[in-house]
Write a protein that binds this ligand. Structure first.
Ligand code: MG
Length: 156
């Protein structure tokens, strides 16, 4: 077994859709990024790459490469999945935590789980996703952005 951890944070920006866990969440702001800003998928990719000993998302998909401008992060996630498969690594379980003061994410959690588990080709029961606030403390609490943590287990 191999364990990986990932973390990411992005700042809010106006005039962009808010994409989290592969789902577009209705909100008046999106997240600033070279890609679609899906902070949940970025943390997840980092955890998967970390467990596999393959570095991080920035190494595989540089944010100064025009090929990745505005890219759907699910494409990146599926590419990471393929890299794991080439190394005979299977995703055993995933646990994700999204830290956001707003919007309220509870109504979207199940669709995020379904979508991410589908992209990883794993049973949805083995992919957990939860959302929390920081009770208005810190950058997420002040509504400056959204952060995400990921922990994964890979089976060889
Ligand atoms: Mg990122």
């Amino acid at each position: 077994m191999r364990v990986g951890h990932g973390f990411d944070a992005h700042r809010f920006a106006t005039g962009r859709p808010l994409v989290l866990g592969g789902v577009t969440v209705p909100h008046d702001q999106g997240l600033e990024a070279h890609s679609d800003g899906d902070v949940v998928i970025h943390a997840l990719c980092d955890a998967l790459l970390g467990a596999a000993g393959l570095g991080d998302i920035g190494r595989h998909f540089p944010d100064d490469d025009p090929a990745f401008a505005g890219i759907d992060s699910r494409v990146l996630l599926r590419r990471v999945r393929d890299q794991l498969a080439e190394r005979r690594l299977e995703v055993g379980s995933v646990d994700l935590t999204v830290v956001a003061q707003r919007p309220r994410l509870a109504p979207h959690v199940e669709s995020m789980r379904t979508r991410l588990a589908g992209d990883l080709g794993m049973p949805v029961e083995r992919l957990n996703l939860k959302a929390t606030t920081t009770e208005r403390m810190g950058f997420t609490g002040r509504g400056e952005g959204i952060a995400a943590f990921a922990v994964v287990l890979l089976d060889e």
